[in-house]
Design a protein around this ligand. Structure first.
Ligand code: GSF
Length: 202
């Protein structure tokens, strides 16, 4: 299988961290989805990365679908439990982390793709509100647990780690490290893992 991705995307990073944790082999192809000549729509009609190209020629997206599939391929480092309720709780963490990213990505696009006079301060504020509300809930739910879901490293930690890492990369002014020391502690612990070290956004 081959992953189409980009070096800065937090959603692509989530997939790459999972591939590394599961010790799965894969090809990796970089694609600039913002380039006029991008071919990404041939694999993903939504024109987004990550997109996983399968051996039979089909493609798989988006990141949540891909990581859930990857977790079934090998018992190595199980990231999602079989129990439906526990599984939904972890997928809930992933939805929260991805939702924080979705809002922050919208802010970044507004600020980088639109001329300053066309940018909407109200839109930016609305999206930033989601980022801050999401971070507050992450911190409240993490409490002083070693990982998002108690004592076990799961997909929730992968998703939260990628979201925090991308905020640190693109929004260094957001003071989540000072505001939420427990998120900083989790982020620092995750950053020591090879899967996170080898996939730093750039
Ligand atoms: C989000 C992917 C996405 O927005 C997922 O895979 O989880 N829910 C999806 N990818 C961005 C790159 S990035 O901001 O990480 C993308 O490909 N955007 C291109 C576009 O046309 O929106």
């Amino acid at each position: 299988m081959k992953l189409i991705g980009s070096l800065a995307s937090p959603y692509v990073r989530k997939v790459r961290v999972v591939l590394a944790e599961k010790k799965l082999d894969y090809g990796y192809e970089l694609e600039n989805v913002w380039d006029a000549g991008t071919q990404i729509h041939l694999a993903n009609p939504l024109g987004k990365v990550p997109c996983l190209l399968m051996e039979d020629g089909s493609s798989m997206y988006d990141s949540r679908v891909i990581v859930e599939y990857l977790d079934t391929l090998t018992p190595v480092c199980k990231l999602l439990p079989a129990n439906a309720r526990d599984r939904a709780a972890i997928k809930g963490w992933e939805a929260l982390a991805d939702g924080v990213l979705d809002a922050a990505v919208l802010v970044r696009l507004e600020k980088t793709l639109r001329p300053q006079e066309q940018q909407s301060a109200a839109w930016i504020e609305r999206q930033m509100g989601k980022v801050h509300a999401g971070l507050a809930v992450m911190s409240a739910e993490l409490r002083d647990s070693p990982f998002c879901k108690g004592n076990h490293y799961t997909l929730a930690d992968v998703a939260v780690g990628c979201a925090l890492g991308w905020l640190a990369f693109r929004f260094p002014d957001i003071t989540w490290r000072d505001d939420y020391p427990n998120l900083a502690r989790l982020h620092d612990k995750l950053s020591e893992r090879a899967s996170f070290k080898d996939t730093l956004p750039q």
